[in-house]
Design a protein around this ligand. Sequence first.
Ligand code: AFP
Ligand code: FBP
Length: 330
Amino acid sequence: MSTKIHLEQYLKTTKAKGASIPIGLQELLIAVANTCTTLSDEVAQGALIGLLGSAGTGNVQGEVQQKLDVIANDLLIEGVQECKALAGLASEEMELPMPVQGTGDYLLLFDPLDGSSNIDVNVSIGTIFSILHKQNPIAALQNSDFLLSGRHQAAAGYVVYGPQTTMALTLGDGVVMFTLDKATGQFVLIKDRVEISPTTKEFAINMSNMRHWAEPVRRYVLECLDGVTGTRKKDFNMRWIASMVADVHRVLSRGGVFMYPWDQREPNKPGKLRLMYEANPMSFLVEQAGGASTNGKQVIMDIQPQDLHERVSVMLGSKEEIERLQSYHA
Ligand code: AFP
Ligand code: FBP
């Protein structure tokens, strides 16, 4: 790309389905991006500024919080306080939503630091965000306002803190990617139409859980493992980073399938990943890049949430593979 297009410029000039991006949404996305720029610097410094290790606290899910989980959460809350169109926010790390302006067009949901187990070992981590259209912008914010399916997202994206800091973003009309230019502090457009190939030879799943999976997922993975002499007639490769952001970034970059399925250890829990903070934004990105996502029974973005911190089984990526997984669940 010869002339560099920055995120701000992109948001000002681009059209999603023929319409300009509302100023309030632009402001919110810039505020999130600016916070992620700060976070990228902090992540890069790690032990030098005392950021590694546990915070000694637990979150609403009962998980031990790392220092960076807490810092990222605080930075995001602080970063979006001035956004005029932001009625409220909700975070994977907080039990209850928090009002920002109380009224306004948008609701922000985020997983401030995804892949916590990778922080201390210097492996890619990320921030995931989802922006919902508030159904009644002028009514005072209520907690139930957040319980909207993924189809109500105005925008979604993630920032991966890896060898490069890269943002993937959808405004409902395709997916674009920006990489942070550390010299200028600007996110620069690097891909203006991300497409996931419908076929793939790569899958991602935590194989150590195989004995706990349901039969359709076992069948799918075992067929992949059978290789060129098996029913699939091709050799598959496997990757597992244990940061959904980094694994999904690979899927958006070169295709593949990412799975975190239901497993029998917790039969009454639908899955491990969170619908509102992880599965919905990632599904929006993947669908907009021509891929698909399912929990086995339903397209993820069609699920009507009952609870802010609801969990879900997730299978997403190359379309033909997701269709195959769906057919195994039928
Ligand atoms: P955190 O929310 O604690 O950062 O965990 C992230 C995550 O849920 C998701 O990003 C990964 O896909 C998954 O953990 C990997 O963890 P395991 O393979 O160890 O279950
Ligand atoms: P490169 O030298 O091509 O970067 O390959 C690196 C590597 O040999 C090891 O770092 C890594 O353990 C291995 O590739 C992983 O590759 P695979 O799982 O595909 O064999």
